[in-house]
Design a protein around this ligand. Structure first.
Ligand code: GAP
Length: 514
């Protein structure tokens, strides 16, 4: 079986080769951790966003959307805590002059030990075959036990240092475990310092009127500061939610794993405002709802898990991540947080405005509590790509790369292919295209053999190919080829809209959420 890192590398190059994701500014050698979505990528991304937006705003009568500006008053970031506490612990290597996140260096060290344990288990599994009892092996093998002990000890120290915000201890761990710079191979480290992740720029034209503003590091604050506007103008009654999709920016120091950690990315966030005291009930509700949303795409229920936070931010009283099994392990794709009344209270304090809700049923005013669901569009995109990619060995020794994208998300739903570029077939194909294109993203192609064209469509995840041949001109039927099974069936042109609607409509996925 191919190693997971190799599979991931192939997915990254596939994404580029087939027009999903390009490195930004590539002709200038790129810009670190910034990417452009290409012709197919933007369609897939838009479909993901549409799925989220409709699941939030169409399926919930009490959720409305907004689109707030990226620039906001700088005091917002003071109130939210980002100016003082949105930091990463950084360390420099004096020899390579490279800068690293201290926590990531330590996490990599932990991963290395875990890797050793897993390799030991894999070796033993090969040696013992069917008789191998992995749980027993992990409990008894001396080398595994020794490494497990080392891992647990390191992990406990690391966790404590992070929780205590103890920068000196983070440095000490790096020293004690002999962690070397991957570039220079030396241990010549500086002390660990805090580094704020927000991008700063200036607004205004004259020297005395300019002010420092930030590129927003999350979309959520645009929702909080519009709470009163939306509540009043939309006559919203609690509980209700405000949803938003938009760009966010973070000066990530360790930006890696392709679009998993970017400096410019997109979030889909929803803040759900509830009565104080009811927040944990709603937290449980959104935890389940959001997992259902993920699972309804059919990428595989075993690919998800919750990671409940034991250590909570001071303003939160519950938090969990939905993690997805990427080729590089289970990773956070979405966070669900019960943020109490922290954000609204902070904005009330810093703005001097009363931000409260009058609850007519209770006949009292209060600051609502908030449940937040926050998902990264790019991470969602990556999880869809990773779970859809397959290299298949076909009968007869042939191979193909196929993207089994959820049909409703596929950039193109149907490719229309005249068998040859003559005898009236291109015209007939265009006729079919003109009939379908108002409802489905279609693609016309007449270059190369039809076999090659099928392969190209498989590689971008097009669920159906319609081939127009000689018989089409006689009886108005076409062959309809299924991406996943490669089976072909003869169908009437008149039936195509109903077939595509049944198989590819986003509504089918949305209905699973009801
Ligand atoms: N308002 C809450 C918030 O922003 P977060 O856990 O920092 O919470 C939410 O971010 C989601 O945004 C993450 O689960 C992840 O999917 C995405 N995300 C965060 N940083 C990212 C980055 N540098 N690149 C890509 N996606 C990112």
């Amino acid at each position: 079986m191919a190693k997971q890192e190799d599979v991931f590398k192939k997915i990254v190059s596939h994404a580029k080769e087939y027009g999903f994701v390009f490195p930004s500014s590539e002709i200038y050698d790129g810009l670190g951790a910034v990417y452009d979505y290409a012709q197919n990528g933007v369609e897939l991304k838009n479909n993901i966003k549409r799925y989220w937006w409709e699941a939030m705003t169409l399926l919930h009568e009490n959720i409305v959307g907004i689109d707030s500006a990226i620039f906001m008053h700088p005091t917002i970031w003071k109130a939210s805590g980002h100016v003082d506490a949105f930091n990463d612990p950084l360390i420099d290597n004096r020899d390579s002059k490279k800068r690293y996140r201290a926590d990531v260096l330590i996490e990599d060290e932990i991963a290395k030990i875990e890797d050793k344990i897993n390799k030991e288990c894999e070796k033993a599994a090969k040696r013992f075959g069917d008789k191998f009892d992995e749980a027993m092996f992990r409990q008894t093998n001396p080398r595994v036990l020794e490494n497990q002990h080392k891992r647990d000890e390191l992990h406990a120290r690391y966790e404590k240092a992070m929780n205590d915000n103890d920068l000196a201890e983070l440095k000490q761990i790096i020293v004690d475990y002999g962690i070397v710079d991957p570039v220079s191979g030396t241990k010549n480290w500086t002390d660990v310092r805090q580094f704020n992740l927000m991008f700063k720029t200036q607004m205004g034209s004259s020297a005395d009127s300019t002010m420092d503003v930030y590129l927003r590091p999350e979309t959520a604050q645009g929702i909080f500061v519009n709470f009163l506007n939306v509540q009043k103008t939309g006559r919203m009654r609690i509980p209700f939610g405000i949803a938003q999709i938009g760009k966010a920016f973070r000066n990530e120091i360790v930006a890696r794993q392709f679009i998993f950690r970017m400096r410019e990315f997109e979030q889909m966030e929803m803040q759900f405002f509830v009565r104080p005291g009811e927040e944990l009930k709603w937290f449980d509700y959104w935890r389940e709802q959001r997992l259902r949303w993920h699972k309804a795409l059919g990428l595989g229920d075993d690919k998800y898990r919750f990671h409940d936070h034991e250590k909570l931010a001071h303003y939160a009283n519950a938090a969990t991540d939905i993690e997805f099994r990427m080729p590089f392990g289970f990773k956070e794709v979405e966070g669900i947080h019960s943020r109490t009344d922290f954000d609204l209270s902070q904005h009330a304090k810093f703005s001097g405005k009363k931000i409260q809700y009058f609850d007519a049923e209770l006949n009292e005013s209060y600051t609502p509590y908030v449940i937040e669901t926050s998902i990264g569009v790019d991470r969602m995109f990556l999880s869809v790509m990773c779970s859809s990619y397959e290299e298949q060995q076909l009968d007869g020794g042939d191979t193909r790369v196929v993207l089994h994208l959820p049909k409703a998300l596929a950039p193109i739903k149907c490719a229309i292919l005249p068998l040859v570029r003559k005898d009236g077939m291109p015209e007939k194909a265009h006729e079919i295209m003109n009939m379908l294109k108002f409802d489905f993203a279609c693609h016309y192609e007449d270059k190369d053999t039809v076999g090659k064209r099928y392969r190209r469509q498989d590689a971008i995840g097009t669920p159906y190919c319609v081939t127009v041949d000689g018989q089409t001109l006689e009886d108005n039927t076409v062959t309809l080829r299924d991406r996943d099974t490669m089976q072909q069936q003869r169908v009437a042109i008149a039936d195509l809209p109903a077939i595509l609607a049944r198989e590819c409509s986003l509504n089918n996925v949305l209905r699973k959420l009801m």
